[in-house]
Design a protein around this ligand. Structure first.
Ligand code: SIN
Length: 288
Protein backbone atom coordinates (compact mmCIF):
# COMPACT_ATOMS: atom_id res chain seq x y z
CA UNK A 1 0.00 0.00 0.00
CA UNK A 2 1.35 3.46 -0.83
CA UNK A 3 0.41 6.32 1.41
CA UNK A 4 -0.47 9.82 0.26
CA UNK A 5 0.82 12.72 2.35
CA UNK A 6 -1.05 16.04 2.10
CA UNK A 7 0.37 18.92 4.17
CA UNK A 8 -2.18 21.00 6.08
CA UNK A 9 -0.63 24.13 4.54
CA UNK A 10 -0.32 25.50 8.09
CA UNK A 11 2.74 25.76 10.36
CA UNK A 12 3.01 21.97 10.61
CA UNK A 13 0.95 18.83 10.12
CA UNK A 14 -0.03 16.59 7.22
CA UNK A 15 -2.97 14.35 6.42
CA UNK A 16 -2.12 10.77 5.55
CA UNK A 17 -4.43 8.72 3.37
CA UNK A 18 -4.18 5.45 1.47
CA UNK A 19 -3.82 3.32 4.59
CA UNK A 20 -6.35 1.35 6.68
CA UNK A 21 -5.22 1.48 10.31
CA UNK A 22 -7.77 -1.16 11.37
CA UNK A 23 -5.52 -3.71 9.58
CA UNK A 24 -1.89 -4.55 10.45
CA UNK A 25 0.57 -2.18 8.76
CA UNK A 26 3.32 -3.42 6.46
CA UNK A 27 6.97 -2.51 7.17
CA UNK A 28 6.83 -0.28 4.09
CA UNK A 29 3.79 1.61 5.46
CA UNK A 30 5.50 2.05 8.84
CA UNK A 31 8.65 3.39 7.17
CA UNK A 32 6.68 5.84 4.98
CA UNK A 33 4.50 7.04 7.84
CA UNK A 34 7.57 7.54 10.05
CA UNK A 35 9.21 9.58 7.30
CA UNK A 36 6.12 11.79 6.92
CA UNK A 37 5.93 12.15 10.71
CA UNK A 38 9.57 13.30 10.91
CA UNK A 39 8.96 15.81 8.15
CA UNK A 40 5.59 17.24 9.27
CA UNK A 41 5.77 16.67 13.07
CA UNK A 42 2.00 16.06 13.33
CA UNK A 43 0.25 13.46 11.20
CA UNK A 44 -3.49 13.09 10.82
CA UNK A 45 -5.48 10.05 9.67
CA UNK A 46 -9.17 10.58 8.86
CA UNK A 47 -12.03 8.05 8.99
CA UNK A 48 -10.24 5.31 10.93
CA UNK A 49 -12.77 3.57 13.21
CA UNK A 50 -10.15 2.17 15.60
CA UNK A 51 -10.77 -0.05 18.61
CA UNK A 52 -8.49 0.28 21.66
CA UNK A 53 -6.66 -2.85 20.40
CA UNK A 54 -6.04 -1.08 17.06
CA UNK A 55 -4.80 2.06 18.81
CA UNK A 56 -2.32 0.03 20.88
CA UNK A 57 -1.17 -1.96 17.84
CA UNK A 58 -0.65 1.10 15.60
CA UNK A 59 1.15 3.00 18.41
CA UNK A 60 3.45 0.06 19.16
CA UNK A 61 4.45 -0.12 15.47
CA UNK A 62 6.40 3.09 16.15
CA UNK A 63 7.90 2.50 19.60
CA UNK A 64 7.40 1.19 23.13
CA UNK A 65 4.06 1.94 24.77
CA UNK A 66 4.49 3.99 27.93
CA UNK A 67 2.39 4.28 31.10
CA UNK A 68 1.06 7.67 32.16
CA UNK A 69 2.71 8.60 35.48
CA UNK A 70 -0.16 10.72 36.81
CA UNK A 71 -3.40 9.99 34.93
CA UNK A 72 -5.27 6.77 35.67
CA UNK A 73 -5.42 4.41 32.69
CA UNK A 74 -8.56 3.07 31.09
CA UNK A 75 -9.72 -0.06 32.95
CA UNK A 76 -7.83 -3.07 31.56
CA UNK A 77 -5.65 -0.87 29.27
CA UNK A 78 -2.57 0.20 31.18
CA UNK A 79 -1.12 2.05 28.17
CA UNK A 80 -4.20 4.10 27.28
CA UNK A 81 -5.84 7.03 29.00
CA UNK A 82 -9.12 8.69 28.16
CA UNK A 83 -9.11 12.46 27.69
CA UNK A 84 -12.71 12.90 28.57
CA UNK A 85 -15.10 15.65 29.63
CA UNK A 86 -18.82 15.31 30.18
CA UNK A 87 -21.30 17.85 28.80
CA UNK A 88 -22.15 19.19 32.25
CA UNK A 89 -18.59 19.38 33.62
CA UNK A 90 -17.23 22.64 34.93
CA UNK A 91 -13.72 21.48 35.91
CA UNK A 92 -10.77 23.15 34.13
CA UNK A 93 -9.95 21.86 30.63
CA UNK A 94 -7.28 19.17 30.90
CA UNK A 95 -3.91 20.07 29.33
CA UNK A 96 -4.82 23.55 28.08
CA UNK A 97 -1.26 24.75 28.64
CA UNK A 98 1.61 24.49 26.14
CA UNK A 99 3.77 21.42 26.78
CA UNK A 100 5.77 18.49 25.42
CA UNK A 101 4.43 15.31 27.01
CA UNK A 102 6.25 14.23 30.18
CA UNK A 103 9.34 16.33 29.48
CA UNK A 104 9.94 16.05 33.25
CA UNK A 105 11.13 12.47 32.72
CA UNK A 106 14.72 11.41 32.04
CA UNK A 107 13.60 9.58 28.89
CA UNK A 108 10.44 11.35 27.81
CA UNK A 109 8.14 9.71 25.27
CA UNK A 110 8.85 10.98 21.78
CA UNK A 111 5.37 10.49 20.39
CA UNK A 112 1.74 10.77 21.40
CA UNK A 113 -1.25 9.26 19.59
CA UNK A 114 -4.70 10.72 20.20
CA UNK A 115 -7.80 9.08 18.76
CA UNK A 116 -11.19 10.81 18.67
CA UNK A 117 -14.28 8.96 19.87
CA UNK A 118 -16.73 11.77 20.56
CA UNK A 119 -16.11 15.28 19.30
CA UNK A 120 -18.17 18.35 20.20
CA UNK A 121 -19.77 20.38 17.38
CA UNK A 122 -17.81 23.47 18.48
CA UNK A 123 -14.47 24.07 20.25
CA UNK A 124 -12.08 21.46 21.65
CA UNK A 125 -9.40 22.08 18.99
CA UNK A 126 -5.81 21.04 19.74
CA UNK A 127 -3.03 23.54 19.00
CA UNK A 128 0.46 22.55 17.85
CA UNK A 129 3.48 24.88 17.74
CA UNK A 130 6.30 23.91 15.35
CA UNK A 131 9.54 24.05 17.35
CA UNK A 132 11.83 23.28 14.42
CA UNK A 133 10.59 26.46 12.72
CA UNK A 134 10.81 28.34 16.04
CA UNK A 135 14.45 27.25 16.45
CA UNK A 136 15.35 28.03 12.82
CA UNK A 137 13.93 31.56 13.04
CA UNK A 138 15.00 32.34 16.60
CA UNK A 139 16.70 35.77 16.85
CA UNK A 140 20.49 35.47 17.37
CA UNK A 141 20.40 37.34 20.66
CA UNK A 142 17.82 34.99 22.20
CA UNK A 143 19.51 31.95 20.72
CA UNK A 144 22.86 32.92 22.27
CA UNK A 145 21.24 33.27 25.69
CA UNK A 146 19.85 29.69 25.65
CA UNK A 147 22.65 28.03 23.65
CA UNK A 148 24.23 25.22 25.69
CA UNK A 149 21.88 25.80 28.64
CA UNK A 150 20.08 22.98 30.42
CA UNK A 151 16.41 23.59 31.24
CA UNK A 152 15.05 22.12 34.47
CA UNK A 153 11.78 20.23 33.92
CA UNK A 154 9.39 19.18 36.66
CA UNK A 155 5.73 18.17 36.92
CA UNK A 156 5.35 19.96 40.26
CA UNK A 157 3.15 22.83 38.97
CA UNK A 158 0.71 20.30 37.52
CA UNK A 159 0.77 17.01 39.34
CA UNK A 160 2.07 17.62 42.85
CA UNK A 161 -0.63 17.65 45.53
CA UNK A 162 -0.66 21.46 45.41
CA UNK A 163 -0.45 21.60 41.60
CA UNK A 164 -3.23 22.54 39.18
CA UNK A 165 -4.23 18.85 38.81
CA UNK A 166 -3.51 18.13 42.47
CA UNK A 167 -5.91 17.79 45.36
CA UNK A 168 -8.10 20.70 44.23
CA UNK A 169 -8.68 19.31 40.70
CA UNK A 170 -12.10 17.69 40.59
CA UNK A 171 -13.15 16.00 37.37
CA UNK A 172 -16.07 13.63 36.88
CA UNK A 173 -14.40 11.75 34.08
CA UNK A 174 -10.62 11.85 34.51
CA UNK A 175 -8.77 10.55 37.52
CA UNK A 176 -5.47 12.30 38.14
CA UNK A 177 -3.17 10.69 40.69
CA UNK A 178 -1.16 13.61 42.08
CA UNK A 179 1.91 12.61 44.07
CA UNK A 180 5.23 13.74 45.52
CA UNK A 181 6.95 12.09 42.55
CA UNK A 182 5.94 15.27 40.69
CA UNK A 183 8.40 17.24 42.84
CA UNK A 184 11.35 15.53 41.14
CA UNK A 185 13.15 17.21 38.26
CA UNK A 186 15.25 16.36 35.21
CA UNK A 187 17.31 18.51 32.89
CA UNK A 188 17.30 18.59 29.09
CA UNK A 189 19.09 20.91 26.67
CA UNK A 190 17.00 23.94 25.63
CA UNK A 191 17.87 23.25 22.02
CA UNK A 192 17.88 19.60 21.01
CA UNK A 193 18.85 17.83 17.83
CA UNK A 194 16.02 15.63 16.58
CA UNK A 195 17.37 12.07 16.77
CA UNK A 196 15.84 11.03 13.45
CA UNK A 197 15.75 14.13 11.23
CA UNK A 198 18.88 15.72 12.73
CA UNK A 199 17.04 19.09 12.81
CA UNK A 200 17.28 21.38 15.82
CA UNK A 201 14.23 22.31 17.86
CA UNK A 202 13.36 24.11 21.09
CA UNK A 203 12.40 21.42 23.59
CA UNK A 204 9.65 21.87 26.17
CA UNK A 205 7.87 24.89 27.50
CA UNK A 206 7.57 27.23 30.47
CA UNK A 207 5.59 26.10 33.54
CA UNK A 208 4.65 22.82 31.88
CA UNK A 209 7.18 21.73 32.55
CA UNK A 210 10.24 24.02 32.53
CA UNK A 211 10.67 25.50 36.01
CA UNK A 212 14.21 26.83 35.88
CA UNK A 213 17.62 26.77 34.17
CA UNK A 214 20.66 25.00 35.57
CA UNK A 215 23.26 27.36 37.12
CA UNK A 216 21.02 30.43 36.83
CA UNK A 217 19.24 32.42 39.53
CA UNK A 218 15.51 31.60 39.60
CA UNK A 219 14.15 35.03 38.63
CA UNK A 220 16.65 35.52 35.81
CA UNK A 221 16.03 31.95 34.62
CA UNK A 222 12.24 32.22 34.57
CA UNK A 223 12.35 35.62 32.82
CA UNK A 224 14.39 33.94 30.08
CA UNK A 225 12.13 30.85 29.98
CA UNK A 226 9.07 33.09 29.60
CA UNK A 227 10.78 35.13 26.88
CA UNK A 228 11.58 31.92 25.01
CA UNK A 229 8.00 30.75 25.40
CA UNK A 230 6.66 34.00 23.92
CA UNK A 231 8.86 33.25 20.91
CA UNK A 232 7.85 29.55 20.70
CA UNK A 233 4.09 30.02 20.51
CA UNK A 234 3.72 32.86 18.04
CA UNK A 235 0.90 32.51 15.52
CA UNK A 236 3.26 31.81 12.60
CA UNK A 237 4.40 28.58 14.31
CA UNK A 238 0.93 27.38 15.33
CA UNK A 239 -1.38 24.90 13.61
CA UNK A 240 -4.93 24.67 15.00
CA UNK A 241 -6.21 21.14 14.61
CA UNK A 242 -9.96 20.68 14.22
CA UNK A 243 -11.18 17.23 15.17
CA UNK A 244 -13.59 14.87 13.46
CA UNK A 245 -14.82 11.58 14.87
CA UNK A 246 -12.58 8.55 14.12
CA UNK A 247 -9.49 10.64 13.55
CA UNK A 248 -6.04 9.59 14.74
CA UNK A 249 -3.48 12.34 15.31
CA UNK A 250 0.13 11.49 16.14
CA UNK A 251 2.57 14.19 17.19
CA UNK A 252 6.28 14.30 17.89
CA UNK A 253 7.02 15.81 21.29
CA UNK A 254 10.58 16.54 20.21
CA UNK A 255 9.50 18.94 17.50
CA UNK A 256 6.14 20.40 18.55
CA UNK A 257 4.49 21.78 21.65
CA UNK A 258 0.78 21.17 22.02
CA UNK A 259 -2.16 22.44 24.02
CA UNK A 260 -5.84 21.57 24.43
CA UNK A 261 -8.51 24.26 24.12
CA UNK A 262 -12.01 24.62 25.55
CA UNK A 263 -15.06 26.33 24.06
CA UNK A 264 -17.27 23.20 24.04
CA UNK A 265 -19.28 23.77 27.21
CA UNK A 266 -22.49 21.73 27.17
CA UNK A 267 -20.99 19.07 24.88
CA UNK A 268 -19.21 15.79 25.58
CA UNK A 269 -15.64 15.15 24.33
CA UNK A 270 -13.75 11.84 24.49
CA UNK A 271 -10.42 10.82 22.98
CA UNK A 272 -8.15 7.88 23.81
CA UNK A 273 -4.42 8.49 24.10
CA UNK A 274 -1.28 6.40 23.99
CA UNK A 275 2.25 7.65 24.49
CA UNK A 276 5.33 6.05 22.95
CA UNK A 277 9.04 5.98 23.66
CA UNK A 278 11.63 5.44 20.96
CA UNK A 279 13.32 2.07 20.61
CA UNK A 280 17.12 2.56 20.61
CA UNK A 281 17.42 0.86 17.21
CA UNK A 282 15.14 3.50 15.65
CA UNK A 283 17.40 6.39 16.62
CA UNK A 284 20.27 7.67 14.54
CA UNK A 285 21.56 10.43 16.84
CA UNK A 286 22.43 10.48 20.56
CA UNK A 287 19.81 12.79 21.97
CA UNK A 288 16.34 12.60 23.49
C1 SIN B 1 -3.26 16.25 25.43
O1 SIN B 1 -2.45 17.10 25.79
O2 SIN B 1 -2.93 15.09 25.27
C2 SIN B 1 -4.71 16.61 25.23
C3 SIN B 1 -4.96 17.36 23.98
C4 SIN B 1 -6.43 17.66 23.79
O3 SIN B 1 -7.26 17.23 24.60
O4 SIN B 1 -6.75 18.34 22.82
Amino acid sequence: MTITVTPTGEACGAYISGVDLTKPLSQEDIRDIRQAWNEHHVIIFRNQPLTDDDLERVSSDFGELAIDPFVKSIEGRKHLISIQREADETSPIFADIWHADWSFKANPPFGTCLFSIEIPPVGGDTLFANQVAAAEQMPDDLRQRVEGKMAIHSAKMGYSKKGSYGDKFKSKSMEVVASDEALESETHPFIIKHPESGKESIYGSAIAYIVGIEDMKQKEAMDLVMEVQRWQIQDQFVYRHKWEKDMLVMWDNRSVLHKATGGFEGHRRELHRSTISARPEDLKYDSL
